[in-house]
Write a protein that binds this ligand. Structure first.
Ligand code: SER
Length: 313
């Protein structure tokens, strides 16, 4: 990675990844794009272009003009929004991806796009979900993610594009809020803990999902992209997780610092059924073995950092 193009750079991952990549690879070498333009650091502190990822020509032009050798394609709708607008999700998630892969093929770029625990479905083994297993998701988001993994493998096998990906769990961060995801509760709970010392969860008690703190997610992207390609048996995409938690587990971790914190439930049937179709806990051992994946933050360490940072915000 020497000159990097990001799509969806103002999203939850993009806003922090852009800053980190600019720090590591130099500001001028990280070209951020997004469908919106704001007055945020991503727009002000380095090259930025407005880009709708369904516009193939504009994406190609920006990549070519900037001589990029790496494309990190993040622009996508998350699971709950995709369920509400399935056709829009198909067009944006798949249309954007194929445009980004085509740009990578034509310009000979290394390529990264995130997959998700959402790529799994109800017939997938729920615990210690293996790297290679049944993938029959029942959500539009999951259909997009499995298709995206297969398409990325296809571009590697057919055209030799160096495609790599991670099946991210719910990502927890304090910089930019996620939007329209099923795992968003695990971010909101910290904001509400600081503001009101209570939270009403739309995900039910006992519902376990994998999660990861954003600093670990950013390191995982860079480590995978910098890994020796000859050591990779898998590419699209690696299971990665740092913890498997239910709402009450996060509440207990918050109560260590704020004993009065209370958690209530008002379950949203749509997001609950999406959550129930996903694994409880995935197995990240292939990522550990093939490129040394390791998460630094467990629930306790992440909770302390989230609460400390949000308090100062
Ligand atoms: N965080 C995502 C979502 O909930 C999962 O990849 O949609």
């Amino acid at each position: 990675m020497k000159k990097i193009l990001l799509t969806g750079a103002l999203g939850q991952i993009g806003s922090e990844l852009t800053t980190k990549l600019r720090h590591v690879y130099g500001s001028d070498n990280v070209i951020a794009t997004d469908i919106r333009e704001t007055d945020s650091a991503v727009v002000k502190n380095g090259p930025f272009e407005k880009l709708d990822v369904t516009d193939a020509e504009k994406m190609f032009d920006i990549a070519k003009k900037n001589n990029v050798d790496t494309i990190i394609h993040l622009a996508a709708l998350l699971s709950a929004t995709a369920e509400a607008k399935p056709l829009l999700a198909w067009n944006l998630n798949m249309g954007g991806l194929v445009n980004a892969l085509e740009t990578a093929r034509e310009l000979d770029c290394q390529f990264f796009t995130p997959s998700s625990i959402g790529a799994f479905g109800p017939s997938t083994p729920k615990d210690s979900t293996p790297q290679d297993t049944i993938m029959r998701p029942t959500t539009m988001y999951g259909v997009n993610k499995v298709s995206g993994e297969l398409l990325s493998d296809y571009y590697f096998n057919k055209f030799g594009v160096d495609t790599r990906g991670l099946r991210f769990p719910g990502l927890i961060s304090y910089e930019t809020l996620p939007g329209g995801g099923t795992t968003d509760y695990a971010v909101e709970i910290y904001y509400e803990a600081i503001k009101n010392n209570r939270y009403t969860s739309y995900i039910g008690e006992g519902t376990h999902m994998d999660m990861m703190y954003m600093p670990d997610a950013l390191n995982a992207i860079i480590d995978l992209m910098e890994a020796d390609g000859s050591k990779l048996e898998h590419r699209n995409s690696f299971n990665v997780s740092a913890m498997s938690v239910a709402p009450e587990d996060i509440a207990k971790a918050i109560q260590v610092h704020q004993p009065e914190f209370t958690l209530n439930y008002e379950v949203d049937p749509v997001r609950q059924s999406i959550a129930e179709s996903w694994p409880n806990a995935i197995d990240s051992s292939a990522a550990m073995k093939e490129w040394g994946f390791k998460a630094e933050f467990d629930l306790a360490k992440m909770t302390k950092d989230m609460l400390d940072t949000l308090k100062n915000k």
